[in-house]
Design a protein around this ligand. Structure first.
Ligand code: 5GP
Length: 115
């Protein structure tokens, strides 16, 4: 049995997803429980970082790449404007401990903060 998070299993291909964007280090796919008309998750392929605080400290360039991919996706799937949410810690609603950005776009009037 795998002890990876679900996102680790998505990166390794154990759980198939429709890839919306991919670079050498980053992968994007739809959230399975969308909170906005566009709700995409952008994750690093590395399983090293559990949350955005760790990522920012350990590899700020990779965090910047996540933001760049988020912007591109918002341009393709919405009007280019987007909300970027990182739930950081269980108390903030984080449920998957593989850092991920929620890219929320489109009609945001009814959407939550990605949780
Ligand atoms: P968190 O609450 O940790 O910030 O966000 C985790 C997100 O991952 C949730 O919005 C949830 O819907 C999404 N999610 C959890 N498991 C899967 C999965 O297997 N596939 C996809 N596409 N999304 C998932």
């Amino acid at each position: 049995m795998s002890n990876k998070t679900v996102f680790g299993q998505i990166v390794s291909g154990e759980i198939p997803v429709k890839k919306l964007a991919e670079t050498d280090r980053v992968l994007a796919f739809y959230d399975q429980n969308p909170q906005a008309s566009v709700h995409i998750l952008v994750i690093p392929k590395t399983t090293e970082y559990a949350n955005v605080t760790e990522l920012a400290a350990g590899d700020p360039g990779l965090l910047a790449e996540i933001v760049q991919v988020a912007k591109k996706l918002a341009t393709v799937y919405a009007d280019g404007d987007y909300r970027l949410v990182f739930n950081n810690g269980a108390g903030a609603g984080q449920t998957v401990f593989h850092v991920h950005a929620h890219v929320l776009a489109g009609d945001l009037t009814e959407s939550s903060a990605g949780g």
